[in-house]
Design a protein around this ligand. Structure first.
Ligand code: ACM
Length: 539
């Protein structure tokens, strides 16, 4: 899964470091360290996630009323990305920013796909800026989209405002050549414990896009709510989705709602990874259909926050007819590669039953053309060929548990790293954090960022690391403002671990780059946690 680097890995970080140092040294006219003079462009590469390679140099490009977004490639995706870029820039610049064919204008911002740039891979890009214009080159449209996020972050934070701002709108001169360290860079939203509307999910998708996240994992079912319509078992959504933690009305996605989420995520080059958590975490399903219970009696709906008390009935045949229907219908709604089948905290399922269940269910995922992802307890059964295991252990997890996952990795199971004491966005930052839980400990910004996916699990071959994911469980989270407070600013750090080469990893440098994100988040209306570990800058 790990993408191979075809670029020098040492040169870029050195140049980046040089760029970063020159920013820190620059004092504005008011003498504030770190505040550049008005109109000084943000140093090339001083963004999150850190680019793989940065070569600053030459004059900046200044956007003007005459700037056009030029398409060097005649394909609808590039046109869509050009439209997205222009729509980002128009409100704050007040410029018309027409999206035109390359030969209809000169200079400006050129987006082009190049067959000769195969080394950039699926998501890599090159950004070249100089006084005459900016050129973004990629091999694939996803690379252009990631490059647009870089271009956006090179502009002043005021670009994120939705009303006309004074500018100037300068992009530092030089070249960024960039591509991800890992192919899997995810964020998970638990829409089961509390339901989130399509618009709330889209808001999160847009936030994730800024940090080059490429997987949106939706935790669609749990004890407290079933959130996706299944035609062959309609009560799952209509009854099983009718409440949530605390007893509110819950909700569910119709198939059209879900397709709209998938479409919107795809427009931000994010693949939706749907999860149906099995065989535990299934009270909402068991409450909806009495026949799924071993004793034939449906339990009541559940609105508390305990875990581990529910299980599908492993010996009953109807269980597999049910799972087959659910997986078939969900796979049909899913253009992405993966289907997540949960598998965590099955404390009410015996080990023998758990293994028997996974032996029958994983082939159903393959039958409908998808690749299995499971929480790392799946490695205690027999992960299917090609399956990915999502590790959510802690530093203090037992050596045996870590070794079980590492051994699976040595046997060919890819591992997504979501260590709960670092990557879980629902953990409190400190004892004073109002939202969130603390069972994995307090996770301040440094702790969240300061680890290396390649070495977290002893004995796991670095080549087995598929990537990273930041899950957000929602027992205590019920509004977009809560997501903002818990995801920011930790999500950008996890996104950086997934994207940036290990050689750029440095907390001191990172916390300054992150500080510069503060005004941008403010302008986006994201009320983030103002961690005292980060020297937040005013812009
Ligand atoms: C989990 O946090 N139960 C995956």
């Amino acid at each position: 899964m790990r993408q191979r680097s075809t670029f020098p890995r040492l040169l870029g970080p050195l140049l980046l470091l040089a760029a970063g140092l020159s920013t820190l040294g620059a004092a504005g006219p008011t003498g504030t360290p770190g505040a550049p003079a008005p109109g000084t462009p943000r140093p090339l590469g001083a963004i999150v996630p850190a680019p793989a390679s940065v070569t600053p140099g030459g004059a900046p490009y200044t956007l003007t009323r005459a700037t056009a977004v030029r398409l060097g490639t005649d394909d609808p995706e590039t046109r869509g990305i050009g439209g997205y870029l222009a729509a980002l820039l128009r409100p704050s610049t007040g410029y018309p920013l027409p999206v035109v064919d390359a030969d209809a204008a000169r200079g400006g911002i050129l987006l082009r796909l190049s067959q000769r740039s195969a080394a950039l891979g699926e998501e890599g890009y090159e950004l070249r800026a100089g006084s005459g214009g900016v050129t973004l080159t990629a091999h694939r449209p996803a690379g252009l989209f990631r490059g647009v996020q870089t271009l956006r972050q090179q502009l002043p934070a005021a670009v994120e405002k939705r009303t006309v701002q004074p500018g100037p709108w300068r992009i530092a001169g030089g070249t960024v050549t960039d591509f991800p360290r890992y192919a899997y860079r995810g964020a998970m939203l638990d829409v089961s414990r509390h339901f989130f509307t399509v618009d709330q999910v889209k808001r999160y998708i847009d936030q994730l896009a800024l940090y080059k996240v490429n997987k949106l994992h939706l935790h669609l079912s749990d004890d407290q709510g079933w959130r996706i319509a299944v035609d062959s078992w309609p009560r799952l959504a209509t009854y099983g989705g009718s409440t949530q933690v605390g007893g509110g009305p819950g909700g569910h996605y119709t198939k059209d709602d879900y397709k709209e989420i998938v479409r919107y995520a795809a427009s931000r080059y994010q693949e939706v990874v749907p999860e149906i958590d099995l065989p535990g975490h299934t009270n909402a399903a068991l409450a909806s259909y009495a026949e799924l219970n071993c004793d034939g009696v449906a339990p009541p709906l559940y609105t508390g926050t305990n875990v581990g008390f529910s299980s599908l009935c492993v010996p009953k045949e109807i269980t597999y007819a049910f799972v087959d229907d659910v997986i078939r219908e969900l796979a049909a709604l899913t253009p992405g590669r993966y289907l997540h089948i949960g598998g965590d905290e099955a404390h009410s399922t015996s080990h023998a039953d758990y293994t028997a269940f996974m032996d029958r269910v994983q082939p159903l995922v393959a039958r409908y053309g998808k690749t299995v992802i499971g929480w790392h307890q799946l490695t205690g059964a027999r992960p299917a060929d090609g399956a990915l295991a999502q590790y959510w252990g802690l530093d203090r997890s037992s050596a045996a548990e870590k070794e079980q996952v590492a051994a699976a990795g040595r046997n060919g199971t890819g591992v997504i790293l979501s260590p709960a004491d670092r990557a879980y966005l629902d953990m409190k930052y400190t004892k004073d954090t109002k939202l969130g839980l603390a069972w994995a400990g307090y996770v301040e910004v440094q702790r969240s960022y300061d680890w290396d996916p390649a070495t977290l699990l002893p004995g796991l071959p670095p080549s087995a690391v598929a990537g990273v994911e930041a899950p957000l469980w929602t027992e205590t989270i019920s509004e977009s403002a809560h997501i903002d407070q818990m995801a920011f600013p930790r999500l950008p750090g996890i996104a950086e671990l997934g994207w940036s080469p290990a050689s750029t990893h440095d907390w001191e440098a990172y916390r300054h780059r992150l500080a510069a994100q503060g005004p941008r988040l403010d302008n986006l209306g994201i009320d983030f946690h103002r961690s005292p570990q980060v020297p937040w800058a005013a812009e």
